[in-house]
Write a protein that binds this ligand. Structure first.
Ligand code: FMN
Length: 178
């Protein structure tokens, strides 16, 4: 599929904003993703406020390039899609709950729908996951029982990076058993 072949992580964006209608279409693709037991644990926070973008960039280890993106989409996994009681839960990278793995897995599928839909529409994205849960949640007002899987940068690319290396197919391909 051409979108898969053409996708790159984009870290330099044109100043052009992204139309709300297009953002809605990206989130519509996210919404249609498959998930275990159809639990759909994903939530999306669209961020186009410059001050908010600055604050997110700061907790993402101050990666300077993030500020060139006109839009960020915070991709959040909600464990309440699986654990429905009211018990207090604080999710972090080292939380051992199986349900956390499940909601991250499902949300990642949905996020990649956005990424490929974006390529289809001439847009670029980059996954940004280099942050601490406490810090990113505080910036975005996300409750402690949710997990921020990634922040996607989004905008019209102002660079055309070459493809980055991948393992050969032979190195990952097994037949019938490991
Ligand atoms: C879970 C995840 C987290 C990532 N976090 C960052 C990040 O914080 N900063 C960054 O510049 N790139 C980040 N990336 C982008 C990767 O560096 C990139 O996907 C990889 O080098 C392959 O390049 P490509 O996407 O252009 O094929 C992340 C990618 C993934 C999947």
């Amino acid at each position: 599929m051409i979108e898969i072949e053409n996708r790159r992580s984009i870290r330099k964006y044109q100043a052009t904003s992204v139309d709300d209608v297009i953002i809605t279409q990206l989130l519509e693709s996210a919404r249609l993703a498959p998930s275990g037991d159809n639990t759909q644990p994903w939530h999306y926070i669209v961020i186009d406020d410059k001050t908010m973008i600055d604050r997110v960039a700061l907790v993402a280890h101050d990666q300077k390039w993030i500020r060139s993106a006109p839009v960020l989409i915070a991709c959040v996994a909600d464990i309440r899609a699986r654990i429905k009681d009211d018990a207090e839960l604080k999710l972090d990278d080292d939380t051992g709950l199986f349900e956390l793995k499940q909601i991250i897995r499902d949300t990642a599928i949905s996020i990649e729908h956005i990424v490929l839909e974006a390529v289809h529409r001439g847009l670029g994205t980059c996954w940004i996951s280099w942050f601490k849960q406490d810090e990113i949640r505080a910036v975005l007002g996300v409750p402690e029982d949710k997990f921020v899987v990634t922040i996607l940068s989004l905008g019209y690319p102002d660079e055309a990076p070459k493809s980055r290396p991948r393992k050969d197919l032979a190195a990952i391909y097994h037949k019938n058993a490991w």
